[in-house]
Design a binder for this molecule. Structure first.
Ligand SMILES: NC(=O)C1=CN([C@@H]2O[C@H](COP(=O)(O)OP(=O)(O)OC[C@H]3O[C@@H](n4cnc5c(N)ncnc54)[C@H](OP(=O)(O)O)[C@@H]3O)[C@@H](O)[C@H]2O)C=CC1
Ligand SMILES: O=C(O)CCC(=O)C(=O)O
Length: 418
């Protein structure tokens, strides 16, 4: 059995290994591994039945050496400080790999939002924003959506913050609606980035997306958009899941139809179609496919799962879906993996475009956004492949080496060791 999984220990272990492989100055490790600031807040909310509940929230600001803190806000019943610390660390690494001028942060509230009414959700979000207002801002820390948060939640964050400041502050969040300064292409950007990553990975082996069989765990912002874009690009989406379970169809699902069903509030456990079989969220990982895209939560590909995978490629849509001790098994088995800190960076890259548009008070068209996203990701992927050849290591290690070197270089030129 794998030992108890801790996402923060996981990211620290991977960073340590990358420092060794990349020959990076160990003195910097203590600085990079610890976040700059951890904020914990208690959020009282008057519930619809008149009772008062106090929710726990966090904002962890890992690093702002390369630019303002940046990262999403997660609402989930299992949110913990160590999870948010790991997610914040991944953001710093992700922005460094993409070479965009942001640091890393993440926020979270320990809550199952499905149990709240719309009014309660709004009150909780406004209370959280009020609590973290002193440490966020367009040039300090810019939140965005993550698991169970969306453009509506970003609107409430933006509105609360703007009311406190007495003026509209569109640049304080990204992933907001177009009407409030959101960017065209942001809702689908993470999924688009996952598809770009897959295309680049397959091309390394002389393969194309067309006809490639893909299984996707998760059908939310990342999984759903990934499925749709794969479908439009000729890949065959054989399986997809949500929290209720997964569906599998050997000849391929109609991704537009399935995602529309989920968006309308349907559960995949209740989905019915000829040729579709129902599978569990564990079985989806080990189903027969060429490319596996975990796009839900952390720690899905454990050591045990890694032994049973049938795919040839993994493209990490989620943050931290693979446990550190599963990576050597994947390498031994010749399963090539594009790491989260690159594969799901499409979201933050287009968030960066959104932020730039807000500062410039301009709007860009979707083709421009998509083209610039592809340009940045193609360049970053080339750098990762080159580093992996130079250091004889996996793409994950190569991406970490690049990110850590960029972070440390910035620390050094700013004079951390005078
Ligand atoms: N949104 C973004 O722009 C970015 C997100 N990410 C990462 O991608 C991942 C998914 O985020 P996002 O799509 O935004 O989140 P969403 O909340 O939009 O979607 C999450 C999906 O995962 C499903 N899910 C939840 N729990 C489980 C479980 N235990 N097993 C299987 N599936 C489950 C959900 O099902 P249900 O809806 O039925 O609960 C839903 O389909 C996270 O790791 C996030 O950090 C990374 C980069 C950017
Ligand atoms: O768009 C962003 O700023 C961050 C998205 C995010 O939370 C992530 O990449 O994990």
């Amino acid at each position: 059995m794998s030992r108890q999984y801790d996402p923060y220990e996981n990211v620290v272990a991977v960073m340590e290994e990358a420092m060794n492989i990349g020959g990076i100055d160990k003195r910097m490790f203590e600085i990079i591994k610890n976040p700059q600031r951890e904020t914990k807040v208690y959020l009282p909310v008057e519930m619809d039945d008149g009772s008062v509940k106090v929710f726990e929230g966090y904002r962890v600001q890992h690093s702002n050496i390369r630019g303002p803190f940046k990262g999403g806000i997660r609402y989930h019943k299992d949110v913990s400080l160590n999870e948010v610390k790991a997610l914040a660390t991944w953001m710093s690494l992700k922005c460094a790999v993409a070479n965009i001028p942001f640091g890393g942060a993440k926020g979270g509230i320990k809550v199952d939002p499905a149990t709240l009414s719309r009014r309660e959700l709004c009150a909780l979000t406004r209370r959280y924003t009020y609590a973290i207002e002193p440490i966020i801002g367009a040039d300090t820390d810019i939140p965005a959506p993550d698991v169970n948060t969306n453009a509506q939640i970003m609107t409430w964050v933006l509105d609360t913050y703007s009311q406190l400041k007495g003026k509209p502050c569109p640049g304080v969040v990204t992933g907001k609606p177009l009407e409030l300064g959101g960017s065209k292409g942001r809702p689908s950007a993470t999924g688009r980035g996952v598809v770009i990553s897959t295309k680049l990975l397959l091309a390394e082996d002389g393969k194309a997306l067309e006809g490639t069989k893909v299984a996707i765990q998760g059908c939310g912002n990342v999984g759903g958009n990934t499925a749709r874009i794969f479908g439009h690009r000729g890949a065959v989406v054989v399986a997809i899941s949500d929290v209720s379970g997964g569906i599998y169809k050997e000849t391929g699902l109609d991704a537009d139809k399935v995602t529309a069903y989920v968006e309308a509030g349907g559960l995949l456990a209740d989905y019915r179609e000829d040729g579709v079989t129902h599978i569990s969220n564990t079985d989806i990982l080990t189903c027969d496919c060429d490319v596996l895209v975990p796009a839900a939560l952390e720690n899905q590909i454990t050591k045990e799962v890694a032994e049973k995978l049938k795919c040839s490629y993994i493209v990490e849509g989620a943050n931290g879906p693979t446990a550190a001790d599963a990576d050597p098994i994947l390498a031994e088995r010749g399963i090539k993996l594009v790491p989260d800190i690159f594969a799901n960076s499409g979201g933050v890259i287009v968030s960066y475009f959104e932020w730039v548009q807000n500062i410039q008070e301009m709007t860009w068209e979707k083709p421009q956004v998509n083209e610039m996203l592809e340009t940045i990701m193609t360049k970053a992927f080339g750098e990762i492949v080159e580093e992996s050849k130079k250091s004889h290591c996996t793409l994950r290690m190569a991406a970490y080496i690049i990110a850590l070197k960029r972070l440390i270089h910035t620390e050094e030129i700013k004079g951390i060791f005078p």
